[in-house]
Structures are given as C-alpha cells and as structure tokens.
Design a protein around this ligand. Structure first.
Ligand SMILES: [Zn+2]
Length: 256
C-alpha cells in the first residue's frame, strides 16, 4: 500500500476504541480524508499523537482507494493552533469553517480550499481581540465561496438586471442573493445597502473590509445563509458565540 505525504489540517477526532481514534483531516493532496490512528490515547502527550483539533502539519497516510478509513502513519503538526481552542470566539469561527468543510468538501484535492482554510485559521488565531469576528466572517464567507455556494451580489435574482452601485437592495435568502429595488423580496428580507454589498464582496474574497460595519448583522446573515443553503436547515451552535464587541452603522438590517 502506498504511503502518501500531504499537508493536512485536523478537523475532527473521535474515539474508536480504547487505543485508537478516527481523525478527519482536510488534506491538500487528498481532500477530506478519514484515518484510523492507532495507539492514540485520550490525553496522550503531544508528540505521541495527542494532537488537537485544527492542528496543521504533514500527514503520512497509508492510502488505498475505495475504503472509508485510511491508516495514519504519522502526523507531524507544524502549527498546533492551540490558541484557537483557548478563546470562545476564535474557536467558534474556526468551528464554523471546519463544519462547512466537513459537510461539503469532497474526497478529491481542492488546493484553493485547503489554502483558504489554512490561511484563515492562522488569521483568526493571530487576530487582535477586536478583529476576531471580522476574520471569522472572512473565513466563513471564503469557504462558502470556494465551495461554490457564494451569494449573487451584482444582479437581481428575480429579473437579472445589474444593480446600480448606489441602489438599495434586499437579500433574498431563498434565492441566494440580492433583489433589486423594483423586485419583490420575501417578507422580512434584509436590506443590503451599497456599503454592505461591497463589504460582503470583500469577505467572500477572504479579506476583512476596512472599517467593517454591522458585524452582528453580517454574522446573522452568514448564519442564516449557511443554515439554509449548506446545512439542511440545522443551525450551527457556534454562531451563538460569534458576538461582536460593539456594533455600529449596520448596513445589513437585522432580521425582523
Ligand atoms: Zn429585479
């Protein structure tokens, strides 16, 4: 059986037996991959295989086509990302991204997804306290976009006309994008002004816009959008912990 060596990020681990665990990695050269890791005990010291969630490093995997679980030969974490687990908002941001990848990434390589995840986790970990929510939004929306679920922000999802830059739009959740001022949107649809649209566009590229406004409304939109389009209606618990410090100048209106 060939051994494959690939950069990988640990997204989830659960016990399989007393002496083995199942680890789910997102691997740059394999996509989503589940491995059996033997001799990994709960509470094992680091370096003995007791690695934490979100650790990134190089995995050596004994790989055979068409089996559910591969065998982990070795995982050498280069970045433990321990700080992600030590702060509830950082953990929540990382968890949202991990969940979307676990649900929607395939078992084939998608280097852009790997790189977005890797870079985003690093940025959430290193962000100043006031920037954590912005980084969590940037990673969450980036993952949505790279997985192919990105919302439509430039043309009306009802009539197909291109919005003028200054026009006020509504965000139609079911349609997965904006409705222009002349087209009806579902009751309770958020208003999304020009600034909010531009900022959302920046977040979809994985960047935090200068002077992010209405962070709470942006979190709520990401929550509703992923719940509807990617999570089969089941809301992720983690969103409850993505609480901005203060919120000013919301241009995405709160749900009403
Ligand atoms: Zn329209």
């Amino acid at each position: 059986m060939p051994n494959l060596t690939t950069p990988a990020i640990l997204l989830r681990t659960h016990p399989f037996s007393d002496s083995s665990r199942v680890l789910r990695f997102y691997a740059r050269d394999l996509g989503l991959v589940g491995v059996m890791a033997r001799g990994v005990h709960r509470g094992a010291s680091r370096g003995q295989g007791g690695v934490g969630t979100f650790a990134e490093g190089v995995a050596v995997i004994s790989f055979r086509e068409n089996r559910d679980l591969q065998t982990l030969r070795e995982f050498a974490p280069a970045r433990a990302h321990l700080a992600l687990g030590a702060d509830v908002r950082r953990l929540a941001g990382a968890s949202v991204a991990a969940e979307l990848v676990l649900r929607h990434a395939g078992q084939e390589p998608h280097p852009q997804l790997f790189d977005s995840l890797s870079k985003g986790l690093e940025r959430i970990e290193q962000a100043a306290p006031g920037e954590v929510i912005g980084e969590a939004l940037a990673l969450g929306w980036r993952i949505v976009q790279v997985l192919g679920f990105g919302p439509e922000l430039t043309t009306c999802t009802a009539c197909g006309s291109v919005l003028e830059e200054e026009e006020m739009a509504r965000f139609d959740l079911e349609a997965g994008g904006i409705r222009g001022p002349g087209c009806p949107a579902a009751e309770g649809s958020r208003r999304v002004g020009p600034v909010a649209r531009a900022q959302l566009g920046t977040l979809l590229r994985g960047k935090v816009p200068d002077g992010l406004r209405g962070a709470r409304a942006h979190v709520s939109l990401l929550d509703d959008f992923t719940t509807f389009h990617m999570l089969g209606g089941r809301r992720l618990e983690s969103f409850r912990f993505l609480e901005p410090d203060a919120d000013a100048g919301a241009e995405v209106s709160a749900r009403n």
